[in-house]
Write a protein that binds this ligand. Structure first.
Ligand code: CA
Length: 241
């Protein structure tokens, strides 16, 4: 039975149980629901990948269709739900693989409900911490987790490269970041190619932000975000929301 995400209270969060053993699935769903979580369950990897994004996924590794490690990897690519791998596989290599593919934690069967609830609380705390990584700098707002950017309350759609450049500057507003550092952080650890590619993306980023003065060029050094109290741009219009 699949509960509707919209109609059930999601006070503690939504947990998706991905488990093909009906006995274990029923026990988990019952325990989690009793603890106050909105809980759904599916028995295949395919169904897990099609589920509306929950807050936490409890992922069995031994699934009938897609291997759990692969499900973990695809979930991590497509959503930011916390993933706790729940497995009978006790081998260290499986746990390492799961963590490397994006799992936040793992539990080895058999385990107690209290331990599971504590692990869920821990991964949820961590993701709430990440959720607060929002940088406000004058009219500019950069959310490092959701990768959303707005200027004066208006959303700005950036390409991944443009966001990476902005992230370099916004993660320490006011500091001058060298061209080399931007290239290394936004492109590759060891960028030896032409640096003109940076100018092209920087021009596009400035154009999209709609404020040529928001990113200052520090000649001979690099770039930095302008002091929000010293706007070089014309007077800002009123925020739209
Ligand atoms: Ca299984």
């Amino acid at each position: 039975m699949v509960p509707s995400v919209d109609t059930v209270s999601a006070r503690l969060g939504r947990v998706l149980v991905v488990e093909d053993d009906p006995g274990i699935a029923t026990m988990l769903v019952r325990g989690l629901t009793r603890a106050g979580y909105e809980t759904g369950s599916v028995t295949t990897g395919k169904a897990a990948l099609e589920w509306p994004v929950p807050d936490v996924v409890l992922l069995d590794l031994g699934l009938p269709d897609i291997d759990g490690i692969e499900v973990c990897r695809r979930l991590r690519e497509s959503c930011d739900a916390a993933i706790i791998v729940v497995t009978a596989r006790g081998e260290e290599s499986d746990r390492v693989l799961a963590l490397d593919e994006g799992a936040d934690d793992y539990l080895i069967k058999p385990f107690g409900l209290n331990e599971l609830l504590a692990r869920i609380r821990a991964v949820t705390r961590r993701s709430h911490h990440q959720a607060s990584q929002v940088i406000h700098h004058g009219v500019l707002t950069v959310d490092l987790r959701t990768r959303k950017v707005s200027v004066n309350g208006n959303n700005v759609a950036l390409t991944p490269k443009e966001f990476a450049i902005l992230e370099c500057l916004a993660s320490d507003p006011g500091r001058t970041v060298s061209r080399q550092e931007v290239l290394e952080r936004a492109w590759d650890e060891h960028w030896y190619g032409p640096t003109k590619v940076l100018d092209v993306h920087m021009a596009a980023l400035r154009r999209k932000l709609g404020r040529p003065g928001l990113i200052e060029t520090v000649y001979g050094h690099g770039f930095r975000l302008a002091d929000p109290k010293d706007p070089k741009d014309p007077k800002d219009p009123e925020p739209t929301r």
